[in-house]
Design a protein around this ligand. Structure first.
Ligand SMILES: [Zn+2]
Length: 508
């Protein structure tokens, strides 16, 4: 996808004076006071000095110069639903978050999403990713049913690298009037959604100078059938794109599939011949051996590793529900390619790295597990491998000029002995100073270039307010937002006695 003509006539930019995370001998290396040189959309040199022609100089003293981060699992929007369920929600959903707000009130009844807020919501999501140093994102979301027109338009406008395909699914959830959750399977609709996704992907794949790429996105393994899985695989092969799906995300999904197929979800995918190097398994928490499954056997991690499939780990959203991989280190020791996702909010990949490391250390009760280097690799080279790109996730000649400069010269970091540990355990997205994708600056001096942040924030909040105030319409209980999702602190004038509903809501 490299635009050779643009590269040969493009100005040359030199980044100098920073702590460079360069790529050498198959791994990231620290190069103090190094230089990175790019021309057009590609890096031409990484080293100690550069004596060639230069048209622009970026001074990076006091900054970490590292590869742009790759979020392999993100729902790029405002997360009007997820924000409600951090430590609330129905106990009978066994810590699943989205089931609390995503299902419709009855088949085809009102849903919580607000299509009129779509553009503001997407801009907010992309802006958050850029702010936090993400340069490539795999987006999973339903969208407004326009065949991906809004997301590809705004994705191109953002300047980021976007992997996307319109959602396909073989079913849906809805609530009946008692609040009973029903799952509705529809294989024919799933096949039709795959046809539509295929047409859309063929239309936009490779556009925006190669920054927009297709990927077949099947929403949820739980809603798949063997026929749908075969069709997903065939479609991806036909389009020569990858595949991603939510898999083994919910504990009841694990047990339902085990009951239905006598195999674990991953074992079932293995039997169906679905796993492969083009597959990114979103979340992939409940595998054999995970202590919450009561299934202490081997098999799943071995199958994933043998197939070459990747796992997109989004630890922050999971930890909010009291869940994590069991464990990042165990997956890694099996030889599985681990990548990082930012899932819902705050799209902060530095926080995701930190939580990937810390939750693993706690799970393993071992400080040496999930090192800073391991999670940094997952957010860079792991993501590139998941997308089968050897030109992303590294700073090396021939790689894409996707870079992030992080301000190290702050009280937040203080003295730095090891910049990667400092970044992982102490860094925040607020310290990301400059973001470059394909040689173009998307953010400089901590300020977005293409968009006005205040404007994005105001527009997005307006839309969210509308969704929350309509809670009684879309929520199965018909109650208002504060009754369904109680605030942390009681309001000044509390309407006493209205907070507990049917014993389903956690008391503040
Ligand atoms: Zn997801």
């Amino acid at each position: 996808m490299t635009s050779t003509s643009r590269n040969s006539t493009s100005p040359t930019t030199l980044i100098r004076g920073g702590t460079v995370v360069g790529w050498q001998n198959g791994g990231h290396r620290i190069l103090e006071n190094g230089v990175v040189v790019y021309r057009g959309d590609s890096i031409v040199h990484v080293g100690r000095t550069w004596s060639g022609v230069v048209h622009e100089i970026v001074e990076a003293a006091g900054k970490l110069v590292c590869p742009g981060f790759i979020s392999t699992h993100a729902h790029v929007s405002d997360h009007v639903g997820d924000r409600l369920v951090v430590d609330t929600g129905r106990r009978d959903f066994l810590r699943s978050g989205f089931l609390n707000y995503a299902p419709r009130r009855w088949p085809n009844g009102p849903g919580f999403s607000s299509p009129d807020n779509q553009d503001a919501s997407l801009r907010y999501g992309f802006a958050s990713l850029i702010r936090n140093g993400v340069t490539t994102v795999v987006h999973l979301d339903g969208g407004p049913g326009d065949g991906g027109k809004a997301i590809t338009r705004i994705g191109a406008e953002s300047g980021m690298r976007l992997y996307y395909g319109p959602y396909c699914n073989g079913g849906d959830y809805f609530f009946d009037d008692r609040g009973q959750l029903e799952r509705h399977e529809d294989e024919a609709a799933g096949l039709a959604s795959l046809d539509r996704a295929g047409e859309a992907i063929a239309r936009f794949d490779g556009s925006a100078e190669g920054r927009l790429r297709g990927i077949v996105v099947f929403d949820e393994l739980f809603q798949a059938t063997p026929r749908l899985l075969r069709r997903v695989k065939e479609l991806a092969a036909h389009l020569d794109v990858g595949i991603t799906l939510h898999a083994s995300e919910q504990v009841h999904e694990f047990h339902e599939i085990l009951r239905r197929t006598m195999r674990t979800p991953i074992g079932w995918l293995e039997d169906e011949g679905f796993l492969g190097p083009e597959v990114i398994l979103g979340h992939c928490i409940y595998v054999s051996g995970h202590r919450f499954t009561s299934y202490p056997f081997k098999g799943d991690l071995e199958a994933i590793a043998a197939s070459g499939a990747s796992v997109a780990h989004s630890p922050v959203a999971l930890a909010r529900r009291g869940v994590t991989l069991d464990s990042f280190q165990r997956y890694r020791d099996h030889g599985i390619n681990l990548a990082i996702g930012t899932d819902s909010y705050p799209q902060d990949i530095l926080a995701e790295m930190r939580w990937a490391s810390l939750t693993c250390k706690v799970t393993e009760r071992n400080n040496e597990s999930a090192s800073a280097a391991a999670v940094f690799e997952a957010a860079t080279i792991g993501g590139a491998k998941a997308l089968r790109r050897d030109d992303l996730g590294r700073l090396a000649p021939g790689a894409k000029a996707d870079l992030v400069l992080v301000d190290l010269d702050t009280l937040r970091f203080g003295p730095i002995h090891d910049p990667i540990r400092a970044l992982v355990y102490c860094g925040t997205g607020e310290l990301v100073d400059t973001v470059i994708v394909a040689g173009r600056k998307l953010m400089e001096n901590k300020s977005l270039i293409a968009w006005d942040e205040a404007c994005i924030l105001a527009e997005m909040r307006k839309g969210v307010k509308r969704v929350w105030s309509a809670c009684a319409d879309w929520h199965w209980s018909g109650q208002d937002i504060d009754e369904v999702f109680p605030p942390s602190l009681l309001p000044w004038e509390e309407r006493l006695g209205s907070r507990k509903q049917r014993g389903l809501v956690v008391e503040p």
